[in-house]
Design a protein around this ligand. Structure first.
Ligand code: SAM
Ligand code: SF4
Length: 327
């Protein structure tokens, strides 16, 4: 079919994660090394025109959802302008953003006006000192950003918490209570061996089954659901609207339903978070490729998508940091 992308394993690819920068103003220790500055050169960044063109072509090939990510996407200047250009593309039904929220106070209203429908915010702890130990940043900025997003009407707001043994696993009940108070969806994530930073955090791995069992002692959890077809398995806290998602790439992978690919800031399509299969679009774009040739190139790339990640079997495999591909 002309207007859809089906990979070699029969999966329909209709979701694109677009990393608009590999830079970040935080240094979550499981994601990016302290002092890391080895970023892509600006001349390698896809321009907004190039991004819009590639997204338009993906839209013509059946992509319905785009998530802006990074690095920290709000570090890229004029991001709301890009958002409004992408929101206007035919076929794109859902434009969302993953952010650490440090800059949300300033941008929440403009992002909402630009067509961002919903956001995911990383928040691993509610303790200011611990937040600084984990991220090298300041918790109060993030909380202010979250409240600005809520006030701007961004909805749903999903909190992403990477649960780590001895670091923040004592806080899961507190974060659930925080999300109930503010009407946020919560997703727990298992640490993944992406880059040396992710591998160094492997000892901190917590199987989320244990976390769920623990939460069931305090909250009544009933089967839940969130629109969006993501990898989280949801439970709802009875008596509230709050859904809690468990994202378990390590203990129970979900590759057979994977519907996404990732485009990095330098125009490389990564076919899987946990594999090196990739295809470089930038040289083709800058060599003047036609739209039809671009479609053929993207179809070829989609065929390279591997069946599954091998985080457990080959944890040494992925060298790039999560911030380079977008989580
Ligand atoms: N800066 C934005 C943020 O933090 O939400 C977007 C990019 S960040 C790379 C996307 C997600 O990847 C975050 O939720 C982060 O917690 C997660 N992440 C980064 N490194 C990880 C790792 N080694 N294992 C599991 N999740 C990781
Ligand atoms: Fe930055 Fe997000 Fe990585 Fe933290 S997880 S260092 S906020 S890109």
């Amino acid at each position: 079919m002309d207007n859809q992308l089906i990979d070699a394993y029969g999966r329909s690819i209709e979701y694109l994660r677009l990393s608009v920068t590999d830079q970040c103003d935080l240094r979550c220790f499981y994601c990016m090394p302290k002092g890391f500055k080895d970023y892509q050169e600006p001349e390698h960044w896809l321009s907004f025109d190039e991004i819009e063109r590639v997204m338009r072509i993906f839209g013509e090939l059946g992509t319905k959802r785009i998530r802006l990510t990074g690095g920290e996407p709000l570090v890229r200047k004029q991001l709301p302008q890009l958002a409004s250009r992408l929101a206007a593309l035919p076929g794109i039904e859902d434009l969302s953003l993953s952010t650490n929220a440090t800059r949300l106070s300033k941008h929440a209203v403009t992002l909402k006006q630009a067509g961002i429908s919903r956001i995911n915010v990383s928040l691993d702890t509610l303790k200011p000192e611990r937040f600084t130990e984990i991220t090298s940043g300041k918790l109060d900025k993030v909380l202010a950003g979250l409240m600005a997003a809520k006030a701007a009407g961004l909805y749903p707001i999903k909190i992403n918490m990477v649960v780590m043994k001895g670091i923040n696993d004592d806080e899961v009940e507190d974060i659930v209570a925080f999300c109930i108070e503010h009407g946020f969806t919560l997703r727990f994530i298992e640490t993944m061996p992406v880059g040396d930073t992710g591998r160094n955090a492997a000892d901190l791995f917590v199987d989320l089954k244990e976390i769920k069992q623990r939460l069931e002692q305090r909250f009544e959890l009933v089967p839940g659901m969130m629109p969006g077809g993501g990898p989280a398995r949801y439970s709802r806290v009875a008596g509230s609207d709050i859904n809690i998602g468990f994202i378990t790439p390590m203990s129970q992978h979900f590759c057979d339903t994977c519907n996404r690919v990732r485009l990095s800031v330098d125009g490389t399509l990564y076919m899987c978070l946990g594999q090196e299969h990739k295809f470089e679009l930038r040289p083709l774009l800058r060599a003047g490729i036609s739209d039809e040739e671009l479609k053929t190139a993207i179809r070829h790339a989609i065929n390279l998508k591997p069946e599954r990640h091998e985080f457990n079997e080959k944890p040494e495999q992925v060298i790039r940091f999560m911030s380079m591909t977008g989580g």
